[in-house]
Design a protein around this ligand. Structure first.
Ligand code: AHR
Length: 482
């Protein structure tokens, strides 16, 4: 198969917000305990309680943002239980997941983890059975340099300087009946959001807030109309639960792109109608595939090449939507619906989805470009439209010297000869990184940890013309250097 893509480096559609490559960790199953945190006395090699192999693997992703402590867990979590000397912290009951929470990993450990891996923290407050006052105290603990009680408590626990947590979520999925303290409708959630935002901003007026949204237009209308002047991002979550056949799964990012645009456009019309001046964008702060095997309490699954292609499809889409969806968080980083599988005997496996994040996060495009792709199409019955076999997103580095082209070949059987037609850029050399595997079902496991890996190839560049071979069912990052 052949495909042509036109890239004009003078047509910049926006600047990438690297927070779109964010991660999410929750007190759930073995994500935190056993995954990130094993404690100082564990046999598993650790740095001050943080599991070293996982720490290294997360660091290599160069994650810009990490969301914590949940998820559903956040709606019953009382942060005060998780600070202070570890042996004095109470054991509490986690109502969301029916688990015992030892509280060994709390705010200070989370901030330390973020620092160790170089990520910005994103904290979701308890707007389920918590109070606005409790959330405001949390902001004080993290961000205040006053001599007041909670800021002094942080200092007493050994953290002199404020943490400066900028991004806060006001609740999680408050539209769902499974959520501790869920709301009956958007109006109720809007009122709750106003009360939380109001108290949290009285402590630190510079924080940015993510409020709970969903794909119910009535909910979002109420949220923007009644609370829109109090928050900066509306949260949307997406999981594909259906265990779809390959061709259907890899088409899904196209549908998600359309749905995120729909939510964004609705938000903008409600803002206009009710004169909400605050700018509101979308935080796509939980997304992934979720297979039937991933059941509570552990939510484990082992994903394959097909999920890597889905993942790259979502990242391509997020790059293209950089102006409207600047924040996103993959659910989740370790052991729960995982990117990284970490066993209790001290081994880890990096899934093909992990490899996609590694390829995308370590290639530093800055300016997102408009592209025109002329690809063959196939019909997807689940989204009810034609889907291009080849999906492209392109970015130029800040110094305009490197052009990154992120290319998926969705076709299961055929490779694609991709012709890249460039305007405004004359590359001298090129490299291609890719993952493909032998089949879409290839996985990395403890028995065969490197079955799917990142491969590299040099690209021939002759007089500005670039041709690249995209293997069947592959994710490719093409780096062209001026
Ligand atoms: O990621 C697992 C769970 O999925 C989260 O706790 C919740 O927000 C979502 O329903």
């Amino acid at each position: 198969m052949k495909c042509r893509v036109k890239v004009d480096t003078r047509v910049v559609i926006g600047t990438l917000d690297r927070r779109c490559y964010g991660q999410f960790i929750e007190h759930l199953g073995e994500c935190i305990y056993g995954g990130i945190w094993v404690g100082e006395n564990s046999k598993i090699p650790n740095e001050r309680g943080f599991r070293l192999d996982v720490l290294r693997a997360v660091k290599e992703l160069n994650p810009p943002l990490i969301r914590w402590p949940g998820g559903n867990f956040a709606s019953g979590y009382h942060w005060i239980d998780g600070v202070g000397p570890r042996d004095k912290r109470p054991k509490s009951y986690d109502m969301a997941w029916g688990a015992e929470e030892p509280n060994y990993f709390g705010t200070d450990e989370f901030i330390e983890f973020c620092r160790l891996v170089g990520a910005e923290p994103f904290i979701v407050v308890n707007a389920g059975n918590g109070t606005p006052e409790e959330a405001a105290h949390w902001v004080e603990y993290c961000n205040s340099s006053r001599e007041t009680y909670y800021a002094s408590l942080r200092r007493r626990y050994g953290h002199e300087k404020p943490y400066g947590v900028k991004l806060w979520g006001v609740g999680n999925e408050l539209w769902g009946e499974w959520q501790v303290g869920f709301c009956k409708d958007g109006a109720e959630c809007a009122r709750r959001t106003v009360e939380f935002a109001n108290e949290m901003r009285k402590v630190d007026p510079n924080i940015e807030l993510v409020a709970v949204g969903c794909e119910d237009p009535e909910w979002n209308i109420e949220m923007v109309k009644e609370a829109g002047k109090y928050f900066d991002y509306l949260s949307i979550h997406f999981y594909d639960f259906d265990n779809k056949p390959y061709r259907e799964l890899v088409a899904i990012p196209i549908d998600v792109e359309r749905r995120l645009k729909d939510v964004y456009n609705l938000v903008q019309s409600v803002r206009r109608k009710y004169g909400v001046e605050r700018e509101i964008k979308i935080a796509f702060d939980e997304w992934n595939v979720w297979y039937p095997e991933a059941k509570a309490p552990l939510l484990t699954q082992v994903t394959s090449v097909k999920d890597a292609i889905f993942t790259a499809g979502i990242l391509n889409m997020l790059q293209r939507l950089c102006n409207i969806v600047p924040i996103s968080n993959f659910a989740q980083t370790v052991n729960v619906l995982p990117l990284i599988i970490a066993s209790s005997d001290g081994r880890i496996v990096l899934t093909p989805q992990y490899l996609v994040f590694k390829m995308y996060c370590n290639n530093k495009g800055a300016n997102v470009l408009r592209t025109f792709t002329d690809s063959d199409l196939y019909m997807s019955s689940s989204i009810g439209e034609y889907v291009p076999h080849v999906d492209i997103s392109a970015m130029l580095s800040e110094d305009s010297k490197t052009l990154y082209i992120y290319a998926l070949n969705r076709d299961e059987e055929d490779s694609v000869e991709l012709q890249i037609v460039l305007k405004g850029f004359n590359p001298k050399s090129g490299m291609q990184q890719f993952i493909s595997g032998e089949s879409v079902d290839d996985k990395n496991t403890f028995e065969d940890p490197d079955r799917v890996k990142i491969e590299e190839a040099r690209i021939q560049v002759t007089e500005g013309e670039v041709r690249v071979d995209l293997k069947p069912h592959s994710v490719n990052v093409i780096r062209l250097v001026d």
